[in-house]
Design a protein around this ligand. Structure first.
Ligand code: ADP
Ligand code: MG
Length: 711
């Protein structure tokens, strides 16, 4: 007898095991049982043959019309068998070589599964040398499925067919001991879900499609439930964790800063800062995600939170994903604080604090100063990149950690800083990529969420236009617009895409950027001061280029996506994005958020070679159609696949979600979150729920493995 952790090879034998291990990384019985059928065929309902497309790998259910053998070759030793099958309307030809015996079993009227790649021959579709499995009632599996009338169809490979898998699954089900269910019985009962043993039976050997769908719903819920249990545990742990309360005190730095702000906070900003302030006032750590449209003013909100912490005797760290962004934050925050950031310096205000920068490429002297000020507590705010997370960085009293652009940091990196502090700091995570609620719940389910929806008043919208590259007059007009803006004393970005995907050849990217700079300087932008910024530059040079641009020493900055996040030059009013189809929608949205940050409206030109009506053009049109990041992320999710939505970072999570769609299954995720909350509140360590505890551990383990792979 077997349970879910029994080695699969022991049940199904080496011959079937090898290809399953190779293709799907299966090891134990549970791996195979969770390889759910992709779809089902109903005996008596043949596959619609008019839907077939050349190049598809298909498994069809069809009836044999005729089978004919042709001999050829020397002495007629070679043979070709042509079998015609039908779905009742259309016909399809199947060609087999060297199997002259086939007509014996493939008699007219026989039904079978045929699996192979659709090809075209003389203008007609056919399957060449398909795998086949006749429903002739021989063998136990065949008898059982004939009796049930439903055939499961699995994701298969050339080495192992769907009916081989069906057979292996059958062997596992037949030897399966009773199993512990990760879904607690009360939860199952309330939602009307079958227990796991019965559900495995129903999803693999259903008597009707409806039965299979019910089982599928149950497993879909189970996936959501395990994820939400992890989050419920993390939230509960956070509640029990002790932190130092950092209540708001009047007449401190926060108050003084607010009073000297050159603008009114928006209602949204006020609301969010109140939420954060309330969290900081608690004796357990805040875990909050602040999401807001690009330019919605998250930095100011974060700064107010940092000042509140400083006012109550703590320090704040701001973690940025890139050096450019860290320096940018450093400059912007120092500038905004003015005299309030000149603690112990000439011209510093009474009770002023200090802001320090810490990045990997800083000189030893500046670095030591920062380290000293962090350790002594002189620096109320320390801003940095990954360098901040390293072991030797000590804080006198870290009270708040702000993480900018969360999706680039792992949960574990966050905790690296948090775990080291003697008293757990509060954590605020900021992201400018609006996340649909269901995804936020699945990916950031352990965080409370605050949202900034409005942009500061008076902010001009960004106008976005798609510029087809082949329309020379449009392209000319685009560069003319850049010249006009520069003529009015404004500045422009030109953004160059990565070449290809992850495998981006950085030197190629750099080359194409430098070529473009040359081309533009000699041609359409002649006479303008054009500079460049890319990832391969030494960080001093990067810094210099960024500085030159932000102080007006350059008219045009040609850059790679290093400008994507958070770069803030209010005088820049136009952005030209080259090969725009190579960027994701949210990335384009991020990028264009770099212009129109001042009182002037912004203009974003998406230059593309993608054809009108093509999918990539559709995405660009969508970006041009709305400046609302939330609306855009909804459109984006509709146009993308699940895996891309969760992002490469969540691949551990992703592989555990076989049926659940974080895009479509919002209701299920809601229900699971609620149910998991109840179970965890009752039994925080899941002592009474061993199967659930095991599933939770497995998920956390795969997330962990993910993280280790990344570092
Ligand atoms: P985000 O980080 O959300 O993209 P920032 O915090 O960088 O946005 O803010 C963008 C710009 O808007 C900054 O120059 C900032 O000073 C300014 N700003 C922030 N809040 C307001 C407000 N309430 N009114 C006017 N300008 C604001
Ligand atoms: Mg920002």
């Amino acid at each position: 007898m077997a349970d879910l952790t029994t080695r699969l090879v022991n049940v199904i034998g080496d011959k079937s095991f090898k290809p399953l291990e190779k293709a799907f990384d299966m090891r134990v019985v549970g791996d195979l049982l969770r390889h759910y059928p992709r779809r089902y065929a109903e005996i008596g309902t043949p596959t619609d043959l008019s839907d077939l497309r050349v190049g598809q790998h298909v498994t069809i259910l069809a009836e044999v019309v005729s089978a004919k053998v042709t001999k050829f070759g020397p002495g007629g030793k070679r043979s070709r068998t042509e079998v015609i099958v039908t779905d009742g309307k259309d016909h399809l030809s199947l060609t087999f070589f060297q199997q002259p015996w086939l007509p014996k079993t493939m008699t007219p009227g026989t039904t079978g599964l045929f699996s192979g790649e659709v090809t075209s021959f003389n203008g007609r579709l056919q399957l060449t040398h398909p795998d086949h499995d006749l429903l002739d009632g021989e063998g136990d599996m065949a008898k059982s499925r004939l009796a049930r009338g439903v055939i499961p169809l699995y994701r298969a490979t050339a080495k192992i067919s769907t009916w081989n898998i069906e057979n292996c699954v059958g062997m596992c089900l037949d030897t399966l001991d009773p199993i512990d269910d990760p879904l607690p019985e009360p939860v199952r009962q309330r939602l009307g879900h079958a227990d796991i043993r019965a559900a495995f039976e129903s999803i693999h050997r259903p008597h009707s499609i409806a039965e299979a769908m019910n089982a599928r719903d149950r497993f879909r819920f189970e996936e959501a439930f395990v994820v939400q249990t992890v989050f419920a545990q993390r939230r509960l742990m956070a509640e029990n964790e002790r932190a130092k309360a950092r209540p708001f005190t009047s007449a401190g730095l926060r108050d003084r800063f607010e009073n000297q702000l050159p603008f009114e906070l928006t209602a949204g900003q006020r609301e969010v800062i109140n939420e954060i302030s309330g969290d900081l006032d608690q004796a357990h750590p805040m875990h909050r995600l602040l999401q807001g449209e690009v330019g919605s003013g998250k930095t100011v909100v974060a700064l107010l939170a940092m000042l509140q912490v400083i006012d109550s005797g703590g320090q704040a760290a701001l973690l940025a994903p890139t050096e450019v962004l860290a320096s940018q934050h450093f400059r912007a925050i120092s500038l905004m604080l003015g005299d309030l950031a000149k603690g112990g310096m000439l011209g510093g205000a009474d009770g002023a604090t200090r802001v320090r920068l810490l990045t990997g490429s800083m000189g030893a002297k500046a670095r030591n100063e920062s380290l000293l000020d962090a350790a002594s507590g002189e620096a109320g705010i320390v801003i940095g990149t990954h360098a901040l997370i390293q072991d030797h960085v000590q804080f006198a009293e870290l009270g708040l950690l702000v993480v900018d652009e969360q999706h680039r940091f792992g949960v574990e990196q966050r905790s690296a800083l948090v775990d080291r502090a003697e008293v757990t700091p509060h954590v605020l995570v900021m992201t400018a990529t609006p996340i649909p609620r269901t995804i936020a719940m699945t990916v950031f389910g352990d965080l409370e969420i605050s949202t900034l929806r409005e942009l500061p008043a008076g902010r001009q919208p960004i106008q976005t236009t798609v510029v087809p590259a082949e329309r020379q007059s449009w392209l000319d007009r685009a560069w003319e617009r850049v010249r006009e803006e520069v003529g009015r004393g404004r500045q422009a970005y030109v953004v160059v895409s990565r070449i290809g995907e992850e495998t981006a050849d950085a030197s190629k990217e750099t080359r194409s950027l430098l070529e473009l700079v040359e081309e533009l300087s000699a041609g359409p932008l002649r006479g303008l001061r054009v500079g460049s910024l890319h990832g391969r530059m030494a960080s001093d040079d990067k810094e210099a280029a960024m500085n030159a641009f932000s102080t007006g020493g350059l008219d045009v900055l040609v850059a790679t996506t290093v400008v994507e996040v958070g770069v803030d030059v209010p005088n820049a009013t136009v952005m030209v994005i080259m090969d725009a189809e190579r960027f994701g929608m949210s990335q384009l949205h991020q990028l264009r958020g770099r212009v129109g940050r001042g009182s002037e409206g912004g203009l974003c030109l998406l230059v593309t070679t993608s054809e009108d009506g093509s999918p990539s053009r559709e995405r660009l049109d969508a970006v041009a159609s709305t400046s609302d990041g939330f609306e855009l992320s909804r459109l984006d999710v509709e146009l993308r696949r699940e895996g891309d939505v969760l992002g490469a970072r969540q691949s551990g999570m992703r592989s555990s979600l076989r049926l659940l769609s974080v895009v479509r299954d919002g209701d299920i995720i809601d229900a699971a979150r609620e149910a998991a909350g109840v179970v965890v509140a009752d039994d925080p360590s899941l002592a009474a729920h061993p199967a659930l505890a095991a599933a939770v551990q497995e998920l956390e383990h795969s997330e962990q493995a993910d993280y280790l792979e990344r570092t």
